[in-house]
Design a protein around this ligand. Sequence first.
Ligand code: AVJ
Ligand code: FE
Length: 428
Amino acid sequence: ELRHSPEQLRARIAAELERARGRSRRLTDIEHEELVRQHSPLMSPLVWDYAHIGSQEELWLVRDVGGRDPVRPDIDAIYDAFQTKRADRPSLPLLGPEEARAYVRTVRDKALDVLERTPLEGRRLVEAGFAFGMIVQHEQQHVETMLATHQLRVGAPVLDAPEPPPGTAPDAPEVHVPGGMFLMGTDLEPWALDNERPAHAVGVEPFWIDTDPVTNAQYAAFVEAGGYDDERWWTPDGWAHRVAAGLEAPQFWENGHRTRFGHVEPIPPEEPVQHVCWYEADAYARWAGKRLPTEAEWEMAARFDPATGRSQRFPWGDEDPRPEHANLGGTYLQPAPVGAYPKGTSPLGVRGLMGDVWEWTSSDFTPYPGFTMFPYPEYSEVFFGPEYKVLRGGSWAADQTAVRATFRNWDYPIRRQIFAGFRCARDV
Ligand code: AVJ
Ligand code: FE
């Protein structure tokens, strides 16, 4: 970003804001009733997410960066995710679909005016540039959340997509990583969030990691081998949850078919498995004689170039993601078969690290040494601790602006509606 002139940076930010809005508008361009209904107690009504996107943009860009008067101070509390739980959101006096559309449009016009008038140089570049980047990522993250809501929705399909590209077989099922020291996290990415910082050296023991994420065919073998009935493969908490929740297979699987955005279809064998919780991923790994990778192992496999000793921005190098690198941005509404993106392979030879599915790691969500909260504790600091597991990489639904090899996602170990799968690792 420091390479860009203020005008180039301003144009890029405006384009990314517009692209994010194109995606969120498409997911909310549906019938009134579908927008206001709560499709699952785990999710907000879609119309809440849409106005919440506007509300955050009002707070961070219009009020904070721009120093402008509030647009709708009366609705701050309704769209504050910490003041209302998802399950309770339908009973709030939410803006209706037309009001929400008008509100986000008004806020966007003001935010673009703030962008025009903010000098993106010196100290303002770092602070204001980050605020705009944070808001672009925030909208894209809620697009992914809204896609999870669409996936939970019952009824005739309202979303369609083309077929993803075909897969290719790996040279070998696992990659050996020699271990050693590498630089984890970042100080350089202008849009990196507080939890990805600072860059710090980490020592990793040698390990093996799967070349590709675990596929539907591989996971189905675990199901057919009775993996869900054998307590040996599960942690005590995982087994208790398996029994209480009646888990028998990934969410949305039934009779050898799956339901995807309202379409019932055969389960594609070579696609990474998705809609498994951390407990299921952990149990599969134990059944396979392996384990989940730590997030340090995942990041080393994704970024470390043994030829130079450097940590790259992305598995393929330092260039921003292009369509040939990874299945991102919701183009296909599903993962691609493994090996569909050979150009996305990491220097160590690991494939499919970005895009397709978020990958569960064995790690709890904890701060890096030297962490400083920015810009507010509710972004990540309040989530640090053993209740959340870290996911890496990014799913087919994630946008290219909201993924990096350093990006850390997190969720409860019981969560299955997110677009998450995993790959396994093992000690040498
Ligand atoms: C980083 C994906 C866990 O969706 O809870 C959205 C992102 N933070 N609004 C989430 C987020 C505030 C966050 N995750
Ligand atoms: Fe949010």
